[in-house]
Design a protein around this ligand. Structure first.
Ligand code: SF4
Length: 426
């Protein structure tokens, strides 16, 4: 199976697109000036239900629409396109809008560590035991998700990308930080890299003989967007990728594939089931994660079905995230109160094995803030969110529940007002 990529320049060639109104295609072109998009033939031919494209989760995950930009910004770009401004002027307008869309939420740039006084531009080290590595060759995806919080990784001219190739420096950093145990290859999608490229990184890690490295993770959406990465009968390089996984496991390193699934529809093809089987046969485990997204999966039924199906297919449900404050955030956001309701309604009806999933969490500046519950004071009817950091920059501050005033509309922790200490001690 050969990958055919589509983007703003050639998406009109897609056969199904010909059935769509011209106005829809123009909207895609306008929004794509600001938010990059990419699709491929597997997503187009096997995942999207074109007869219901307007509400189809895989279509919305793939093609930008006008509601993903604030009205004013959309009109600005539309005006520039219709006026026929030169491309560099449209890009200038687009970049101004991009910078207003909070390209690096949660102060990500402050997570870049230093090795002997020099910054490591392709590493983030926020939590005590894990470092994120952004390999240069993995800073794109098989198909971009419209909600992606990593969208600046795909906008070359903004110069906001995290990336580096020098894994030897990362190894040295590991040696200097004995509490580090896990290395997460992330992106973009590291599974976009050839097995040969990933092998070079892994061989350097093996050679460095890092006594404190116990786990390697790969964050990827390849199981969803391009499962052929793991199917030797369709892809000449797939066996090499599976062999690489086995080499990591045989080395005594725990290998975890962090798979992005946003909707159970993404698991409907037998290619996904087969890819999962092949990965698990190497000894690697697969954990699943997704943000809760309005217009995609904002319903308890969808999550319950998705988690149960993941367990049945041999995966471990891991994280339900709150959508980050970046990019087309307003289109996808779900208020915290609603998110908690969806989570509890879903988790109540899943099988026990699906209850491994962590309640809705915000990847905020201080750490991963989990909404643990909504509490009502029986004396005065006042409501509160109970929250805790399950990960915190200062690990001593994790797993300490605290209360914040309830706000039905709040979508992020910094919109909540803290409860006075006095009240908490009562
Ligand atoms: S797979 Fe992940 S990094 Fe890639 S576009 Fe989707 S959300 Fe972004």
């Amino acid at each position: 199976m050969k990958i055919i990529s589509y983007n703003a320049k050639n998406f009109r060639q897609i056969e199904y697109m010909k059935m769509l109104p011209e106005s829809v295609k123009q909207e895609i072109e306008i929004v794509a000036k600001v938010l990059p998009f990419k699709a491929n033939n597997y997503v187009i031919d096997y995942l999207i239900d074109w007869s219901n494209y307007e509400t189809d989760p895989c279509y919305i995950l793939t093609f930008p629409n006008r509601h993903m930009l604030p009205e004013e910004d959309y009109n600005k770009v539309k005006w520039a396109v219709e006026k026929g401004l030169p491309e560099h002027e449209i890009t200038k307008i687009a970049n101004e809008i991009r910078l207003s869309l909070n390209p690096h939420p949660a102060q990500q740039q402050s997570n870049i560590p230093q090795l002997n006084g020099t910054p490591l531009p392709g590493v983030q080290h926020k939590y005590r035991d894990i470092a994120l590595f952004f390999p240069t060759q993995g800073q794109t995806c098989h198909a971009n998700c419209t909600f992606c919080f990593r969208w600046p990784q795909f906008v070359k001219d903004l110069d906001l990308q995290f990336s580096m190739k020098e894994i030897d420096q990362v190894c040295e950093y590991f040696k200097q930080h004995e509490h580090l145990h896990e290395l997460l290859f992330t992106g973009g999608d590291p599974m976009i890299m050839s097995p040969r490229t990933i092998s070079k990184y892994i061989d350097t890690i093996f050679k460095a003989d890092l006594k404190n490295l116990t786990t390697i993770r790969f964050g990827t959406k390849s199981l969803t967007w391009w499962p052929f990465v793991f199917l030797p009968q369709y892809n000449d390089e797939a066996q090499e990728m599976l062999d690489l996984f086995k080499r990591i496991v045989d080395k005594g390193i725990h290998l975890s594939i962090m798979a992005h699934f946003n909707h159970y529809q993404e698991m409907s093809n037998s290619a996904v089931a087969e890819a999962i089987e092949n990965i698990r046969a190497t000894g690697a485990e697969i954990r699943t994660q997704s943000p809760l997204l309005n217009n995609i999966n904002a319903s308890a039924d969808i999550w319950a079905k998705m988690w149960d199906q993941q367990v049945n297919m041999g995966m471990v449900p891991y994280y339900m995230f709150i959508e980050r404050e970046t990019g087309p955030y307003e289109y996808f956001q779900v208020p915290l109160a609603k998110a908690y309701e969806i989570y509890t309604d879903a988790i109540r009806v899943t099988s026990s094995l699906a209850k491994t999933v962590t309640a809705p969490s915000m990847s905020a500046a201080k750490g991963k803030a989990q909404v643990m519950g909504i509490i009502e004071n029986p004396l005065n009817g006042e409501k509160y969110f109970q929250i805790q950091y399950i990960r915190h920059r200062d690990y001593n501050q994790s797993y300490k529940p605290f209360l914040m005033h309830y706000d039905e509309k709040a979508t992020w922790i910094d919109q909540l007002k803290p409860v006075e200490l006095q009240l908490q001690n009562q």
